[in-house]
Design a protein around this ligand. Sequence first.
Ligand code: HEM
Length: 227
Amino acid sequence: MNSLVAFYRSTIGKKILMAVSGLIGIGFVILHMAGNLQVFIGQNKINSYGAMLHGPLAEVTWLLRLVLIVAVIVHVLMAYQLTQRSAAARPIDYQHRSPQVSTLASRTMKWGGILLLVFIVVHILHFTTEAIDPAGWRGMTDSQGHRDVYGNIVASFRIWWVALFYIVAMLALGLHLYHGAWASVRTLGFAKPSPHPLHRRIALVVAAIVWLGFTLVPVGVIAGIIR
Ligand code: HEM
C-alpha cells in the first residue's frame, strides 16, 4: 500500500499513469473511428451497429465506458498535477527550447487537451444524449425502429459550423495523439534512444490515420458522398 502511494506521489508514477491512460484513450479512438467509417456503407449498417452497442452489448458498452471515464479522469488529473509540479520547479520559463523537443504538437498539448475535453463533452451531448440538437434530429428513428444515428450525422454535418467544429477538433486530436503517442512510449521505456526514433514515425502514422478516419466523415457529408 505504501509503495502504491509512493508511486502515485512520484513524478515518474504520474507520468506512467498519464501514459497508460493516454494509451487506453488511443485504443478507444481507433475502435470508435473504425465504427464511424461504417457510415460509408450505409444507414442500416451504422444504425444497427449503434443498436447493438446499446442492446445486446449494453453491458460491454458500460464496462468500456467505465474504463474510459476513469482513464480520462486520471489523464486530466495527472496532466494538471504534472504541469503544477513543473511550474513550481521552474518559475521562470526556459528562454530557448530545443527545436528537437519542442514541436507544434508538444507546445499545443495543454490547450489542445482542453479543447479535446470540451469537444468530448459537447460531442456526447450531441450524438449520445442528443441534448444538443443543432439539426433537430432528437428521437428520430429509421425504418427498422433503430435510433437514426446516420441521419443525425448527415443532418448535423450539413450545418457548416458543426462540421467546422468537428474538423478543427480532429486537428487538435491528431496533434495531441502524435505527441502523446510517442511521449507515452518513451515514458514507458519501450523506446531506444536514436536520432530518427521509430516510435516517433509510428506515432505520426497512428495520428494521421485517426485524424483522417474521423475527418473523412464530416468531409464525406460536405462532399455529398454520405447523404
Ligand atoms: C467526426 C468525428 C466523430 C463522429 C462522427 C462521431 C460519432 C459519434 C456517434 C454517432 C456517437 C453516438 C453513438 C451512439 O450513441 O450510438 C458517438 C459517441 C461517442 N464519441 Fe464520437 N464521433 C467522432 C469523434 C469522436 C472523438 C474524436 C472522440 C474522442 C476523443 C469521440 C468520443 C465519443 C464518446 C466518448 C462517445 C460516447 C460513447 C458512449 O458512451 O456511448 N468521438 N460518437
